[in-house]
Ligand binder design. Structure first.
Ligand code: GAP
Length: 520
């Protein structure tokens, strides 16, 4: 069997996510909302397991990090001070024919014939005194491009209040272009010059909608950490270096949401702001890059699919002394999962200046007072979930009930992050003692992990259903469990491993310990 291409693989993943309840389009029954997604029953478990593991490793297992949970709305002054209000922008270009926008850095170069139609007269005598410039699409007949120009002229006339039903184009010229980045990749319309477009969602606080009530949905969780730095420092009594961690929603009005959940308009971040002395910054940048790589390996993403990109001086924020992007090989290409940035004292210094409140740290030993520097590992929850699903998706061959080989779809999640840890099956649903024993095992395991009980269908089918959603273990209660054939096997079950499909016979009394060890 030949391996599916990357785009086929991505299609299969998106369809599995919907079919098995990982990810749905938001407001799907109304046609959806571009760039916004809902997590279904299994998606929410996967996401929670990821966030809980991040919190465990970044907060609970360390002495030097505390957590917080900031609000999504903040005083507008915070967004002015952080620079987001003025500079959190994407440069955009607009198709002058359809008004469709595209990010300036995402326009690919195109070659071909350009048609310039200079003006058109409407059948009601009105006149459109504008030029429509279109790049001919591959294989597009010249009459098609004229029709597109006519439609564009009719729109111009309609907007000006004319009632024309048809137009006559006044002049048409053509020329060739090579490797031009001045045409919209989809519409072929000529693009305007790049203009700045702020990515923050604007909103109003209270009943009055005017400039005085404006604020924004936060585009990153980091700023509430900086703004609360002094409060958290005082209550936690931490000494430098120490960190404040937060997991929460962020919103960006992305121009071009794409690649499933990869670039969304509403997403979650897991951010740590790790405060330090200035001379520790570069060393801690290296430390956190390594820690974060270990984290991804510990949730099952292989090291050879992770890449560290050193962000160049030109690409880096002006205040950062060093930034790494941790990237993953998604089926749609190598893309950023997380940024690890040494942000110097920029954020705290900005908020100190704008608020007039001291955000300095007093070092008891050296008696020095200074604004701490910060190293920030900032990860995307949704992007990591997508990486886990993409990485876990596999198709292999397994025998069906009659021993015939068939394709098996399996999500090879690390047991630590798998939505359901163990499925429990009575071999037959109409044998009361088997069902009763299986129910007992569910009660035994449930306080320790998320369990699924399934008694319907052939056992092989039940295994397949769990393989497809990434359940790492399956416990089957059979006649041996009841001690009917061999009393020595009474109160033992088969424990099936999802990846090897091998089964081992284990005592029911050992199950909790065994499974807890494997999912820790
Ligand atoms: N506080 C720093 C910060 O926000 P960022 O590189 O803009 O830095 C950090 O974002 C992480 O947040 C990214 O590496 C990515 O995982 C996630 N992220 C950013 N924009 C996203 C989007 N539109 N959709 C999904 N995740 C996004």
């Amino acid at each position: 069997m030949s391996a599916p291409s990357n785009s086929q693989r991505m299609e299969k993943i998106v369809s599995l996510c919907k079919r098995r309840g990982f990810i749905f389009q938001s407001s799907e029954i109304y046609g959806g909302l571009n760039g916004v997604w809902d997590y279904g029953p299994l998606g929410v478990e996967l996401k929670r397991n990821l966030k809980n593991y991040w919190w465990r490793v970044m907060v609970h297992e360390r002495d030097d990090v505390v957590g917080m949970d900031g609000s999504i709305l903040m005083n507008r002054a915070a967004w002015k001070a952080s620079g987001h209000e003025d500079t959190f922008v994407d440069m955009m270009r607009q198709c002058s024919v359809t008004n469709k926008r595209v990010r300036a850095d995402q326009v690919e170069s195109q070659s071909g014939t350009i048609f310039r139609f200079a003006g058109a007269r409407g059948d009601d005598g009105s006149y459109a005194d504008v030029a429509i410039v279109l790049l001919q699409k591959k294989g597009e007949h010249v009459e098609m491009i004229r029709r597109r120009a006519k439609e564009a002229f009719l729109r111009v006339l309609k907007e000006a209040g004319a009632r024309s039903k048809d137009v006559v184009i006044q002049s048409e010229t053509t020329r060739q272009v090579e490797n031009s980045i001045d045409f919209h990749p989809e519409t072929g319309g000529e693009l305007t010059e790049p203009r700045a477009f702020n990515l923050m969602f604007k909103t109003y606080v209270g009943a009055t909608e005017d400039e005085s009530t404006v604020t924004y949905l936060r585009p990153e969780t980091a700023q509430s950490i900086f703004v609360q730095f002094k409060n958290v420092l005082e209550v936690s009594r931490k000494k430098l270096p120490f960190g404040i961690a937060q997991i929460g929603k962020a919103f960006r009005n992305e121009i071009n949401p794409r690649n499933f959940t990869f670039r969304s308009r509403e997403f979650e971040q897991m951010e740590l702001e790790y405060f330090c002395r200035p001379e520790q910054g570069m060393e801690l940048l290296e430390y956190w890059k390594e820690e974060r790589l270990k984290f991804y390996e510990n949730i099952g993403i292989p090291r050879d699919k992770l890449h560290v990109k050193t962000v160049s001086d030109e690409e880096r924020a002006f205040y950062s002394k060093g930034t790494y992007d941790i990237e993953y090989d998604f089926p749609f290409g190598r893309q950023e999962l997380e940024g690890v940035a040494y942000r110097t004292d920029y954020d705290l210094a900005q908020h100190q200046k704008a608020s007039g409140k001291s955000l300095e740290y007093f070092d008891e030993e050296t008696k020095q007072r200074f604004v701490p520097h910060v190293v920030e590992p900032s990860a995307g929850v949704d992007r990591t979930v997508l990486a886990l699903i993409c990485d876990g998706y596999a198709e292999d061959q397994a025998p069906d009930e009659k021993g015939k080989m068939e394709t098996r779809v399996v999500l090879c999640f690390h047991p630590r992050i798998a939505p359901i840890k163990c499925a429990v099956f009575p071999l037959l649903k109409n044998k009361e003692p088997l069902v009763a024993k299986a129910r007992e095992i569910v009660d035994l395991l449930r306080p320790h992990m998320f369990i699924f009980y399934d008694e319907s269908g052939a056992i092989g089918r039940r295994y397949r259903r769990q393989d497809e959603i990434g359940t790492p273990f399956g416990v089957t209660v059979d006649f041996e469990t009841l001690g009917e054939k061999d009393v020595g096997l009474r109160d033992t079950v088969t424990l099936r491993d999802r990846d090897s499909m091998k089964q081992e016979r284990v005592k029911i009394s050992d199950l909790v310990h065994l499974l807890c060890q494997r999912i820790a």
